[in-house]
Write a protein that binds this ligand. Structure first.
Ligand SMILES: *Cc1c(COP(=O)(O)O)cnc(C)c1O
Length: 494
């Protein structure tokens, strides 16, 4: 059976279900599969299979402690009509690349792919492990994760979900998406502080043993819906495998031919899932890691030095405005010779000195990766050109990926068929998109959505329609010092 171990060397081996419940390891490491399993099928023999069938086989291979019936129920609950496209993940060819559209779920961003199945994986895990406490998901968000987690966990029996977002720190549309959330187990609070304050506050709550005891007395146990949870990472492996199979089905490649994969990267979760697909045996040549102006990863891939001593920029691809990519720790673990102790040492250096340099062994493992970046100006220009030349509308994050890919193709001449992870609907970042394709200025975020809709005719995702007319259900604004009491209070009244 597959076992999960901590990246920082702690001596215990967990089943998939146990690792999903735990979230983060007690030594602060992240859970990784002890060995990455091989693909459970020959891709060329799967061309007539649905997304659900592929996902069930891939996820089931990683979490083989779940029975086939349990996994089937998780898949059925997750990938159903809440996705606006029957294929779940349609692929569009444009500008010499294949866009893997991961944004047709409820919140119009790729985080729905994993957060629609995580609640099922988690509640199944609590049954398997005879965990009788209510699971309380705590999430700090800079915008996208919070809403996707709320939608995923809304009205899921045996769970409560609490989201903290920075007051005035998210876009108008993102805020409205969260504060209008329905579901009797959902709790949303604005905090008087920025995203780092929210994140630090949540981490403090996770590490407070006394608070855990207080919650246990109330019949609750905390868990995480962030991509540090292995239950969020594994479902993402499935769509890269599916994408490869679809390229065979379309006659773009033959089984066994290599492809490249481009991923607009923030916390390194999505591209790590592509790396796992490659390690399973999927014929992936280059993994192209695209960053915005916060290009820590571009520099790291070319030098082997991870350095966060630098300016932080706010860009129009905010889900990639990040200097510490947590999931990189998992890649370093897989590539290292020294394993746990070596990774613990690197992470301690990152905390104390804000930088580290990796070993020769890790550096040589990085040769499968190519890193590049695009600034705001290049991003907007790319959106405009893609729309004018191909009639295809892409969001700011996907535009970063396409720009980096175009640069890569130009400098290397590499013509390998390429999948680009398309991570959000253009409507999620309607203001930047509207301006990039030459539409006039509007007074607020909602008007930009209407303007892009009438200007392009592209369908507005259900979850973003008439947002300004929805009832506000969560209006709490709290001080950072009140976070713990707020959690206790929310859980007591439920
Ligand atoms: C979260 C997010 C990303 C970054 O993904 P990671 O897994 O954190 O690297 C990219 N684009 C969008 C739209 C996102 O919401």
């Amino acid at each position: 059976m597959m076992k999960y171990i901590s990246t920082r060397g702690m001596d215990s081996r967990l089943t998939g279900a146990q690792a999903i419940i735990q979230g983060i390891a007690p030594d602060k490491g992240l859970y990784v599969p002890e060995e990455i399993p091989a693909l459970p099928f020959v891709p060329g023999e799967m061309t007539d299979r649905s997304y659900q069938e592929i996902a069930k086989a891939v996820i089931g291979t990683f979490f083989d402690d779940y029975t086939a019936e349990e996994m089937q129920r998780c898949i059925d609950g997750a990938y159903d009509e809440k996705f606006e496209e029957k294929e779940i993940v349609p692929i569009t060819e444009a500008g010499g690349a294949f866009f893997l559209e991961l944004y047709h779920g409820k919140t119009a961003a790729f985080k729905d792919m994993a957060l629609s199945i995580l609640p099922y994986l988690l509640t199944t895990a609590t049954k398997k492990e005879h965990e009788d406490k209510k699971i309380c998901i705590l999430t700090a968000t800079s915008g996208d994760t919070g809403k996707a987690a709320l939608e995923g966990f809304a009205d899921v029996p045996g769970t409560e979900i609490i989201v903290f977002f920075p007051n005035q720190g998210v876009s108008q549309v993102q805020e409205r998406q969260m504060i209008t959330q329905e579901g009797s187990n959902t709790h949303v609070f604005a905090i008087e502080g920025n995203f780092d304050d929210a994140q630090t506050g949540v981490k403090k709550i996770f590490n407070d043993r006394n608070f855990a005891v207080r919650l246990a007395d109330m019949g609750c146990r905390l868990s995480s819906a962030n991509s540090i949870n292995i239950g969020r990472l594994v479902p993402q492996v499935a769509y890269y495998v599916y994408g490869y199979i679809q390229l065979i089905a379309r006659g773009v490649i033959r089984d066994g031919d290599p492809i490249n994969i481009v991923v607009p990267t923030g916390n390194f979760g999505n591209i790590l899932a592509a790396y796992y697909a490659k390690q399973m045996g999927l014929p992936v040549a280059k993994l192209i890691c695209a960053s915005n102006k916060n290009k820590v990863l571009t520099d790291f891939i070319s030098t082997g030095v991870y350095d966060t001593n630098r300016d932080f920029y706010l860009t129009n691809s905010p889900s990639m405005d990040i200097l510490i990519s947590s999931n990189l720790e998992r890649l370093l673990y897989h590539l290292s010779e020294g394993k746990g102790p070596e990774i613990r040492d690197l992470m301690e250096q990152l905390e104390s000195a804000k930088h580290y340099e990796v070993s020769a062994a890790i550096r040589s493992g990085l040769k499968d990766f190519y890193g590049g970046f695009a600034d705001v100006e290049a991003t907007n220009k790319t959106i405009g050109e893609m729309y004018r030349n191909n009639g295809y509308l892409i969001d700011t994050h996907t535009a970063v990926a396409y720009k980096v890919y175009s640069d890569y193709r130009e400098t290397t001449g590499d013509r390998t068929p390429t999948l680009i992870a398309s991570t959000a609907s253009a409507y999620k970042f309607a203001e930047s998109v509207a301006k990039s394709i030459g539409l006039p200025e509007q007074p607020d975020g909602f008007r930009y959505i209407e303007e892009v809709a009438s200007g392009t005719g592209v369908r507005v995702p259900r979850g973003l329609k008439d947002l300004d007319k929805k009832e506000v259900r969560h209006s709490g604004v709290i001080e950072i010092s009140q976070m713990e009491d707020t959690v206790a209070e929310a859980l007591r009244t439920h």
